[in-house]
Structures are given as C-alpha cells and as structure tokens.
Design a protein around this ligand. Structure first.
Ligand SMILES: Cc1cc2nc3c(=O)[nH]c(=O)nc-3n(C[C@H](O)[C@H](O)[C@H](O)COP(=O)(O)O)c2cc1C
Length: 185
C-alpha cells in the first residue's frame, strides 16, 4: 500500500510515533507530512525527536510536488494522527492550501481511505458538525480514546490500544494490543 501519515499540532505525538514504528517501509510506501504546528508539539512531547524507519519519505508541507497531491496518483490511505480540530475543520470544509490538506481532499474525492485520529476535549458543536461532515464524506474517525480493559502496564500499552485500531482499519494485520477475550477463542 501507498500510505500517507500526517501529524498535526494536536497533543498525542506518541500515537504518530507508534504508528510509524509499525508501518514497514519495505512492505509499504510510507510518506510523512507534518503541519507547521506539529513541530512545536513534537518538541514538547518527543524531545528526542521523531524516530523514522529507513525508507520513510518525508514531504514539505508547502510543496505540491508530491505525486499523491493529484487524483491521478492518489495514495491508498491517509492517516492524520493526531488530528487537531483546526486541520479537521479545514478538511471538512474543503480547504486544500497545503500538501496535508490537499492530500486529504484528494483521498476523499477519490474514495480512498482517510483515517483521522482527532484529539480534543471537551468538544464543541462545531467539532461535532465537522465530524458529521467528514463521516458523510466517507472518512473514518478513530478518536484518540484508549481503552483500559486489558490493564495496560505502560504508556506505550495505552497508546497502542488506539494505534492497533488504526492499523485494523488500514487494514494491516497486527497484534499490537490484546483483543477482548482473545484468549478464550
Ligand atoms: C502543546 C500543545 C498541545 C495542543 N493540543 C491540541 C489538541 O489536543 N487538539 C487540538 O485540536 N489542538 C491542540 N493544540 C492547538 C493546535 O496546535 C493549534 O490549533 C494549531 O493551529 C493546529 O494547527 P494544525 O492543525 O495545522 O496542526 C495544541 C497546541 C499545543 C502547543
């Protein structure tokens, strides 16, 4: 698969890190775009910097030269993780003014998989209306809401409960997080 991962200025850089850790650039084409505010949040949350596997292709936000900026060379899937309410709102309303927004717009219009991992609390009616628009347009929303029924032992275990659902929806088989009652199957 050709997968575009985008990181925005919402809290939750670890979600992006864990997803990138589990996308194999040998098996898939993995492309990365960062919003301008992503850099600030990454500095706060991952002071050692983002760890990238060899083969991950990074792209400038301000260049439309990436092939997947056009419907003629669309990617198979895009994951925006974590997704700020600002980026989510801009996508919901058809903005395409940088590579991240344009790619999301192309993915939607070409009926490919757009997965958003929104992170905000509490949420307003505006956010809910934007969620609704995106769901109607065919996007998949996987809010950064971890689960705890498998009694996670570390922050990574918690983060992986969300990342595992993202991989499920790409879909990429994974055993990142224990499944409910899996041991009884
Ligand atoms: C440390 C930090 C954490 C933030 N967390 C969130 C968040 O969880 N959700 C959100 O929607 N915005 C959050 N913001 C605000 C966004 O970064 C801001 O709205 C920015 O304009 C988003 O731009 P972008 O969508 O282009 O990345 C945070 C900002 C900072 C500095």
């Amino acid at each position: 698969m050709k997968i575009v991962v985008a990181i925005t200025g919402a809290s939750g850089a670890l979600y992006a890190q864990r997803l990138l850790d589990h996308l194999d650039p040998v098996e898939h084409q993995v492309h990365l775009i960062l919003s301008s505010y992503a850099h600030q949040v990454l500095q706060e949350e991952l002071p050692e910097g983002l760890r990238l596997r060899e083969g991950v292709q990074t792209h400038s936000l301000k260049s439309m030269n990436a092939p997947f900026a056009s419907g003629s060379s669309v990617c198979d899937a895009m994951v925006i993780i974590p997704c700020s309410m600002g980026t989510l709102g801009r996508i919901a309303h058809g903005h395409g003014s940088d590579l991240l927004l344009r790619t999301a717009d192309v993915v939607l219009k070409e009926n490919r998989k757009l997965i958003l991992v929104p992170r905000e609390t509490p949420i307003s009616l505006i956010h809910v209306k934007n969620f609704e628009l995106l769901l109607l347009a065919g996007a998949t929303l996987i809010p950064a809401n971890p689960h705890f029924y498998h009694r996670p032992q570390s922050i990574m275990d918690v983060v992986d409960t969300v990342v595992s659902r993202v991989l499920d929806h790409l879909p990429i088989p994974n055993t990142l997080s224990p499944r409910w009652r899996a041991e009884e199957e």
